[in-house]
Design a protein around this ligand. Structure first.
Ligand code: XMP
Length: 451
């Protein structure tokens, strides 16, 4: 099937990604490209239409106006969404959508009239003016990707660092569907995962997907490296570096591979500057690239997908919903949720408390409404009383936030009775915890994690 493509030329605005998601939701595939891309590249991509957005940064105005006009010669239909440059020298009429925040993305529900008119303009542009057929569906994408991966990889060997997170899991399953056991996944258990998580990952990938999985139980190694370390950034660095070392050691045993899989997704690519949008997010990935793994090329099967699309692809591939809709979990794991130094005992306490918290939130049906929620083991010890005896034990803090982009977040108002039940269960069931606090700070000024 012909791949229908719409190109969004990003002239430096804030809407490029939102527009892209909106268009894909209309089942039309699109990509965000910076306005200064070489003209010939755009031509070679053979898009069916162009969208202009942003622009008119004073210094760049002349430059971008000049860039815009060269695209007119392609003779393609153009839609301007919040485009601020000059349009008056275009040879053909250009459709426009102004104030997309209000009119297209429906932030302001009072302006239904504007909203539907803008959506109509967009649909009309995609389907009538550009002649797109709406063939972008996740099943088609997944099937096509598997076919392309099969052709590209042939009978060569692929290596993947599986974290149990959504992106690496979806990437791994997609590749295993393409080339079966030519793929080897290395899953490093750093001992800072949530309760049972290591076993769950192993179970899914070996029993449900028949992936060649090597689980490295490196808990002791990480705990030894982390002993006595209290500074959050040092903890992150140690965990990240150790992760790479363990991965490299395992990879060496396998020998030369042809491809290394990365779970890079589309926002990572736009944010690292392939698009033109302002870089806001700092990357927190564990690790980075291993230095001593012998491979010839990196393979990134999800590099065209937004996060919600990665989840859809995961469901199409048959990955359990629980894993696909998993809340974000930081690479350094519980390492940044244990304030101060980390010990195996503290990890155990936190795992148990966090498990109860998650269980009760799910039971109350709140898990789908909260973006991220977890327990934190503070390093505060205080006096309590249990069975008529004095205790001197830890305080566990509970956090729950609602956010769309994780750059800002609001704390969630969990009903008191549910919080009360969670508190009661944790102090009764988890040894060495005698006090529970609920965090009622938003981000900013607090961050989502405690460290
Ligand atoms: P903060 O705490 O910065 O968190 O408000 C924002 C989001 O990023 C996640 N986070 C991390 N993810 N490695 C990661 O992979 C990290 O070191 C890290 N620190 C924070 C956090 O869970 C939240 O979703």
């Amino acid at each position: 099937m012909e791949k229908e493509l719409i190109i969004i030329l990003d002239f430096g605005g804030q809407y490029a990604q939102l527009i892209a998601r909106h268009i894909r939701q209309q089942n039309v595939y699109c990509e965000v490209i910076p306005y200064y891309i070489e003209f010939d590249k755009v031509k070679a991509m053979a898009p069916k239409g162009l969208i202009f957005t942003g622009g008119a940064l004073e210094a760049a105005e002349q430059d971008s106006t000049a860039s815009a006009s060269k695209f007119y010669t392609l003779g393609l239909p153009i839609l301007a969404i919040d485009y601020r440059g000059q349009l008056n020298n275009s040879p053909t009429p250009i459709a426009t959508i102004e104030e997309p925040e209000r009119s297209l993305f429906g932030q302001d529900n009072s302006s239904k009239e504007n909203e539907s008119k803008a959506i109509e303009t967009l649909r009309n542009f995609l389907y009538n003016t550009c002649g797109c057929s709406g063939s972008w569906h996740m099943t088609t994408f997944v099937d096509r990707s598997i076919k392309q991966l099969k052709e590209k990889i042939g009978n060569q060997k692929v290596l993947c660092a599986l974290s149990g997170g959504v992106d690496s899991s979806v990437a791994a399953v997609m590749i295993s569907k393409a080339v079966g056991k030519q793929l080897t996944c290395i899953f490093v258990d750093h001992g800072l995962l949530r309760k049972n998580e290591g076993d769950e990952v192993e179970d899914i990938f070996t029993n449900q997907f028949d992936v060649n999985l090597i689980r490295v139980n490196a808990q002791e190694r990480f705990y030894n490296k982390l002993a006595g370390v209290t500074d959050p950034e040092r903890k992150r660095k140690i965990i990240g570096e150790e992760f790479i070392r363990v991965f490299e050691e395992e990879a060496k045993k396998i020998g030369r591979v042809d491809y290394l899989v990365q779970g890079t997704i589309y926002p990572d690519i736009i944010e690292s500057g392939a698009g033109n949008s302002k870089v806001i997010k700092s990357h927190h990935n564990v690790g980075g690239l291993p230095d001593y793994v012998d491979f010839k090329e990196i393979i990134e099967p999800l590099k065209d997908l937004f996060k919600d699309e990665v989840r859809k692809a995961g469901l199409v591939l048959g990955i359990p919903e629980k894993l696909v809709n998993r809340q974000p979990f930081p690479g350094p794991g519980l390492g940044v949720r244990i304030i101060g130094d980390i010990t195996a005992d503290k990890v155990k306490i936190l795992q148990e408390a966090d498990y109860i918290y998650r269980e009760e939130i799910a039971k109350a049906g709140l898990d789908k409404q909260i973006s991220q929620y977890f327990a934190v083991l503070t390093n505060l010890k205080s006096v309590g009383v249990k069975n008529n005896e004095r205790t001197y034990d830890y305080t566990v803090a509970l956090r729950a936030v609602k956010t769309t982009d994780f750059m800002t977040a609001d704390y969630v108002e969990i009903p008191w009775d549910i919080l009360g039940k969670i508190s009661e269960r944790i102090v009764n069931e988890v040894e060495h915890v005698n006090r529970i606090c609920y965090d009622i700070t938003s981000k900013p000024p607090a961050t989502i994690e405690f460290e």
